[in-house]
Design a protein around this ligand. Structure first.
Ligand code: MSP
Length: 664
């Protein structure tokens, strides 16, 4: 019987389109799952979406749609991206799936009945975006210790999980199971900062919103999103407190939870304690990978540096993206992505190393032997070295993959391909071809090259499945064995296909600029807008005549909140279109006390000459942000910008309004 292997990704929040960092995680997990399948394991690969919580409730409210409509739209996007990058998952769970919600309610009730969860009162500080409570000592300068945003005083009825009851058992488990959490440094941080100082009971319900699994029998409260989300790893296998189900019996405990470094605490403390309380075995391993950053910066919408997998796939192809992300993310530290580094890796590894090796070898085999694989009967000096490199790299790739050192494993494969390119240069097949007496040697050299390529394609299969399949088909074989010498003489190979065309940096950036403006025109830069448009299009189709729908009023605010935006009168000194964008205008403004640049998405509605010399109102203390490579320091006020067919009108100040004066 095959040995089982259960592997999971974290389930991303269904609050927007996943970026390349989130997508890296599914590519990484997919690569490990494919590797294990190729090694003969019975693999179950689980992924999904985390669909509850206040952020989602608020986003849906902003868009005037229901939370379910909102998550349905985002879920489709996530699934689309996962399939675009070739994720070969066996199951996709949504935390809004009925069976999951029922199982979570059952888990909560069981823990309540056995006394691990109790009802009490929470008094302390609450961070709304993080949905987390903090004590006086945990907050930092009145701000959330996790996200740095202001926290608010909270006192409410709530349910708590007795974490401390299980802390010793968890510590013992960690000590007795080296490798439970990897890389080791992440485990040390958890043990020293959280477990040893003593665990506090965890507040596991919220009553500040309703979009979640209700607490059974106390419907004012919803179950904390992490209790709900973490349970996905067992409910997806059919686990309920009453019945474990066949898949659960077969695949649990999980072999590895693949997650990012920011959520290691939830997976190494809260999740194991939940399992201990349920009397279930703990996962065998939690692997906390680093983060993919844009250069050295964290990717964030406000910095305008977020990259998405679908855009990258259209520029580099699926395997270009898989290759880059898998090689750029080291085992234990963060990785970096920029267009420049992607172009460089693509040209060096894919076009020059792999692509050239395959095209040179196949075209020589066609030219000299009409595409027929020869018998390797005439050994030469450098053959043993090449074969030894193949054997050494193959063994090393296995070792590295078994310990999840995925980028190092990929690096080893490319070392092997470089050795094959060197073997070509050492043996100069084109010289051998000039002498008919050396035809046997030429056939052997080509055999060794074809065979190295076949082993390379086999090793590359989990990383770049499409390319590997293409190479194997060009070689006329589907033999994935890593043993050298399996290619059967007489096999017919094909030639002529360029696997990876070199990317010219200048042409690339021109194409990219076109794509950006095309995207802005299509209006799909924002996931939220796209979802809203979908919903509105459906509504429009259903209603023959439809009156204008006004955006619902935002919740009431205090005067103190109203004065936070610092709005000023500013005069437009210069205005010009942005070369890379059809949506933005670049304005140079005089605020009296300073001059500054503001970008505004009004190019569809105003020409520069409509604005020059006019006085506008801007939010002057808005954090500067980059848009299409230019900084914008503030926002020009205009009406109508939130609707799909908006009539956008700038709010001009009176001609005699004083530049620099505050508005409000
Ligand atoms: N919903 C929770 C996970 C619940 S698991 C029971 C969550 N979602 S998330 O959308 O914020 O993140 C999903 C995964 O993407 C996490 O593992 C997170 O660490 C990872 N990443 C988020 N940004 C990332 C990068 N920039 N780079 C690599 N991984 C990143 O957390």
């Amino acid at each position: 019987m095959k040995e089982k292997f259960y592997i999971t990704t974290a389930i991303p929040y269904c609050s927007g389109k996943p970026h390349i960092g989130n997508t890296y995680e599914v590519i990484l997990t997919d690569c490990i799952a494919r590797y294990k399948r190729q090694k003969g394991y019975d693999v179950f690969f689980l992924t999904g979406t985390d669909e509850h919580g206040i952020k989602i409730e608020n986003k849906a409210k902003e868009l005037g749609i229901s939370p379910k409509e909102f998550v349905d739209g985002v879920y489709e996007k996530v699934k689309g991206i996962w399939s675009l990058v070739g994720a070969s998952y066996d199951k996709f769970i949504r935390t809004t799936d009925d069976y999951h919600e029922k199982a979570v309610a059952g888990i909560f009730t069981k823990l309540l009945e056995q006394g691990d969860i109790y009802k009490g009162q929470y008094e302390g500080w609450y961070c709304v975006p993080c949905e987390s409570f903090f004590t006086d000592t945990q907050i930092k300068d009145g701000k959330c210790p996790d996200c740095g945003r202001p926290v608010q005083k909270a006192k409410e009825d709530a349910y708590f999980f007795r974490m401390s009851k299980y802390a010793d058992r968890l510590l013992r488990h960690i000590e007795e199971n080296p490798g439970f959490v990897e890389p080791e440094a992440r485990l040390k941080e958890m043990v020293n900062n959280f477990l040893r100082p003593g665990l506090q009971d965890l507040c596991v319900t919220r009553n500040s919103f309703t979009w979640g699994v209700p607490v059974p029998g106390d419907e004012k409260q919803v179950i904390y999103v992490w209790i709900d989300a973490l349970s996905n790893y067992i409910t997806a296998l059919g686990y309920t407190v009453d019945e474990q189900g066949e898949l659960f019996k077969k695949y649990w405990p999980c072999d590895v939870h693949v997650i990012g470094k920011d959520i290691v605490r939830f997976h190494t403390i809260y999740w194991p304690i939940m399992l201990l309380a349920l009397g279930l075995p703990l996962p065998k391993k939690i692997y906390g990978h680093g983060w993919l950053n844009f250069g050295t910066d964290k990717m964030s919408k406000s910095k305008g540096n977020v990259m998405y997998a679908d855009d990258l796939v259209s520029l580099f192809g699926v395997d270009g993206v898989r290759h880059y992300t898998l090689s750029a993310m080291p085992y234990s530290t963060d990785g970096s992505i920029t267009y420049e580094s992607m172009i460089s890796a693509y040209n060096t590894d894919l076009a020059n190393n792999l692509g050239n090796l395959v095209s040179r070898t196949l075209s020589m085999n066609k030219k000299y032997f009409d595409g027929v694989v020869q018998s390797p009967d005439v050994p030469g000096e450098s053959d043993d070295k090449l074969k030894a490199t193949v054997a050494e790299c193959t063994a090393k790739v296995g070792e590295l993959m078994d310990t999840y050192h995925v980028s190092d494993a990929l690096g080893k494969i490319f070392e092997m391909l470089s050795a094959a390119n060197k073997y070509i240069d050492e043996n100069c097949p084109w010289t051998l071809a000039k002498d008919p007496e050396l035809s046997g040697r030429l056939g052997t050299v080509l055999y060794n090259l074809l065979e190295t390529i076949r082993v390379g394609a086999s090793l590359l299969t989990p990383f770049m499945p499409e390319t590997s399949a293409k190479i194997l088909s060009l070689l006329g074989t589907d033999d994935l064995s890593e043993k050298f010498g399996r290619l059967v003489p007489g096999t017919h190979t094909s030639a002529g296909e360029v696997l990876f065309k070199r990317i010219d940096e200048k042409e690339f950036f021109e194409k990219l600029a076109d794509k950006i403006s095309e995207k802005e025109n299509n209006g799909d830069a924002k996931m939220e807008e796209a979802v809203k448009e979908n919903v509105q299009a459906t509504e429009n189709a259903n209603a023959e005549t439809k009156e204008k729908e006004y955006e619902p009023l935002c919740p009431e605010i205090e005067f103190d909140d109203f004065i936070k935006p610092d709005m000023r009168v500013a005069k437009v000194l210069e205005c010009e279109p942005m070369p890379k964008s059809k949506k933005l205008l670049k304005l140079q403004l005089d605020l009296g006390f300073e001059k500054r640049q503001v970008l505004s998405g009004i190019a569809k509605y105003y020409k520069p000459e409509d604005l020059i010399g006019k006085k506008v109102i801007i939010v002057a203390n808005l954090k500067p942000r980059m848009m299409c490579g230019e900084e914008s320091k503030g926002m020009v006020l205009a009406s109508g910008g939130h609707e799909p067919d908006a009539v956008v009108r700038v709010l001009f100040a009176a001609e005699d309004a004083v530049v620099g004066d505050r508005v409000g």
